[in-house]
Design a protein around this ligand. Structure first.
Ligand SMILES: [Zn+2]
Length: 95
């Protein structure tokens, strides 16, 4: 069973409805994740693209998690802060 991710879900481009289902998932030749979605409301189908998921290198970055009170998971935004600018510019830095 694939794990659900908490990326902000793109709204329907037709009716702006907030929820949709993924009909198919593909990977492009440059390793981006491409999904074919169907709107839960108007059944419009469209494509979305997502950058490849990569690991956070905790030797170079600090993940800052704020305190939330009754925040929906889709609105929980954290920060990834480079420990130093020189280290962040190496080839292993995240995008
Ligand atoms: Zn729709």
């Amino acid at each position: 069973m694939p794990s659900r991710t908490n990326y902000p879900i793109p709204s329907c481009p037709k009716c702006n409805w907030k929820t949709n289902r993924v009909k198919n998932t593909y990977y492009s030749d440059d390793n981006r994740i491409i999904r074919y979605r169907e709107c839960d409301d108007c059944q419009w189908k469209w494509w979305t693209v997502q950058n490849p998921e990569s690991n956070v290198d905790i030797a170079k970055f600090k993940v800052q998690i704020p305190t939330w009170r009754r925040t929906h998971k889709a609105n929980k935004q954290i920060k990834i802060v480079p420990l130093s600018h020189e280290q962040a510019n190496t080839k292993n830095s995240i995008n």
